[in-house]
Design a protein around this ligand. Structure first.
Ligand code: NOS
Ligand code: ZN
Length: 386
């Protein structure tokens, strides 16, 4: 007998299913129309397009470069229009609204405060404007019938030298909207160990951090992030596949690092579309997520940059469902993994899993059950109230 768990979910079910997002860049998720309006308001005249649709396409094409450094060049335009309190507030509020509309119930959204100081804001003013924007977005989402909670991750840029300062900032705001720390930017030539002082500081403070590692650069970057820096999670981490051997007969051997990542349940923040654009993976079907899922790594599904990748959480799941035949049960597995790996307190994560995620998936599965019974018995009303 077929059941909901063996049927691919429909696009509508995918959108309505509760989703948890751990890796999304605030400056990689602006609405194209907002960029144009903010550019006009602030006198920024270097946008490559002034029509919203064309600008959206421009970002996707320019990011589709096959190289991480070139992908990252596109952020000059988004950061340029995010230099005032009003702009940061608006972008953060719209981010929360857009995620909620897509069925995201919990999100950790990251940005680098040091990239928003060009018009004279202080680091604190940047953090507070973004926090206020997230709270506003949560309120608007609620008014529109959605529920979302958004926490901020403060990113330090790995080529710069402000990591300790940003780590201190993350610590200062940890009970006030900020849930952790991250480093991002071009990976090659900028190993995470350059910022050991920041990571050691955060560990002394019992704080949480994730590190972009194993995206453009391979195993040494993952190894450093975990064993030298002590990262709680890995941003991408997709190159862990290089430490896994699949023999012709299908038998699989994990190297020491891959075993460590799996056995210690290190969360991997997978971002499939972003990986295709930077050539970290060749296609959805060949994305390492397929094998890593079978091997029970603690995988999560993420958007990375919704603007540059023209994506959303629902779209990332649609691609994976097409490529690997995933079901609602698989979606729930990824979602529970993500919620378990979030940086908020354990009791709150557990409540999200038990009170929001599991009932949300149970509801979707039960809809199908009732549809099935209704179509075989012909009495929707009786079945629905039984
Ligand atoms: O996939 C990625 N890998 C590394 N760095 C990234 C990625 N996506 C965005 N950023 C960088 O993070 C900064 C703060 O949000 C962005 O400005 C961008 O430079
Ligand atoms: Zn990223």
């Amino acid at each position: 007998m077929t059941s909901e768990t063996s049927n691919p979910p429909t696009p509508d079910q995918i959108r309505r299913a509760p989703k948890v997002l751990l890796h999304d860049h605030l400056d990689g998720g602006l609405r194209p129309g907002t960029i144009i309006e903010l550019a006009r308001a602030t006198g920024y005249d270097k946008l490559p397009e002034t029509d919203a649709d064309k600008l959206g396409t421009w970002f996707r094409d320019a990011a589709d470069s096959g190289s991480l450094p070139r992908y990252l060049e596109t952020f000059a335009h988004t950061c340029a229009v995010m230099q005032t309190k009003e702009a940061l507030f608006r972008v953060a509020a719209e981010c929360a609204e857009d995620l909620a509309e897509d069925g995201v119930v919990y999100a950790e959204v990251r940005y680098a405060p040091e990239q928003h100081l060009e018009a004279g804001l202080t680091l604190e003013e940047v953090v507070e404007a973004v926090n206020d924007g997230f709270r506003e977005g949560e309120r608007r989402a609620k008014a529109a019938g959605h529920r979302i909670r958004v926490g901020a991750l403060l990113t330090a840029m790995r080529h710069a030298a402000r990591a300790l300062e940003i780590a201190e900032l993350a610590n200062r705001y940890r009970d006030n909207g900020v849930v952790g720390f991250d480093i991002a930017g071009a990976e090659a030539g900028f190993p995470p160990t350059r910022h050991l002082d920041a990571f050691e500081y955060l560990k002394r403070e019992n704080n949480h951090f994730t590190i972009h590692a194993g995206e453009a650069f391979g195993l040494p970057s993952i190894w450093q992030a975990l064993q030298w820096c002590g990262a709680d999670r890995l941003g991408h981490g997709v190159r862990i596949i290089d430490d896994i051997e699949v023999a012709e007969d299908g038998s699989v051997t994990l190297g020491r690092l891959a075993s460590y990542v799996r056995d210690k349940r290190i969360p991997l923040e997978m971002c499939p579309t972003s990986n295709l654009q930077t050539a970290a993976a060749a296609s959805y079907a060949e994305h390492p997520i397929g094998l890593l899922r079978k091997l029970h790594f603690r995988l999560t599904v993420n958007t990375d940059n919704r603007l540059m990748s023209g994506t959303s959480m629902s779209r990332e799941f649609e691609h994976l469902i097409d490529a690997f035949g995933y079901t609602l049960d698989d979606m729930q597995w990824f979602t529970v993994n993500a919620m378990k790996s979030a940086f908020i307190p354990f009791d709150e994560r557990l409540a999200m899993i038990n009170d929001v995620i599991k009932p949300g998936y149970a509801e979707l599965k039960s809809e199908w059950l009732f549809r099935q019974t209704a179509s075989t018995s012909g009495s929707v009303g009786t079945q629905a109230t039984a």
